[in-house]
Design a protein around this ligand. Structure first.
Ligand SMILES: [Zn+2]
Ligand SMILES: [Zn+2]
Length: 115
């Protein structure tokens, strides 16, 4: 850690965000994500993905994008559309399966080989 004079680090972090999960009946303040992981405005996303990794579900405040294969148990969830569609396209390409991409209550999009 060097002390760079002239560019003081802005340490005045505003109230860190909190995430609540009703399934766990807990809420978390994301100071760890901000202070230790330094993920900044992606703290909620980072937390949600970690939460799913360790508990198997997303905090319900977070609406994930879900890719769900119609033909096999495979599936994956992400917090953005692009990686979800990328996963679905890759799965379709390698398996020739058809995958539904869903976000919340929106109409699911179907991803499959166009042949
Ligand atoms: Zn939970
Ligand atoms: Zn599949």
């Amino acid at each position: 850690m060097t002390d760079r004079s002239g560019s003081p680090a802005p340490e005045d972090v505003e109230d860190p965000p909190t995430v609540t999960c009703s399934r766990c009946d807990r809420s978390w303040t994301l100071t760890y994500e901000l202070d230790e992981l330094r993920v900044g405005n992606r703290a909620v996303e980072k937390f949600a993905l970690d939460h799913r990794q360790h508990t198997g579900h997303f905090p319900e405040e977070v609406t994930p994008w879900v890719a769900d294969c119609r033909q096999c148990p495979d599936g994956e969830a992400f917090l953005a559309e692009r990686p979800t569609r990328r996963w679905a396209a890759a799965h379709a390409r390698h398996t020739r399966h058809t995958i539904e991409v869903r976000h919340g209550d929106d109409e699911p999009a179907v991803v499959g080989l166009e042949e």
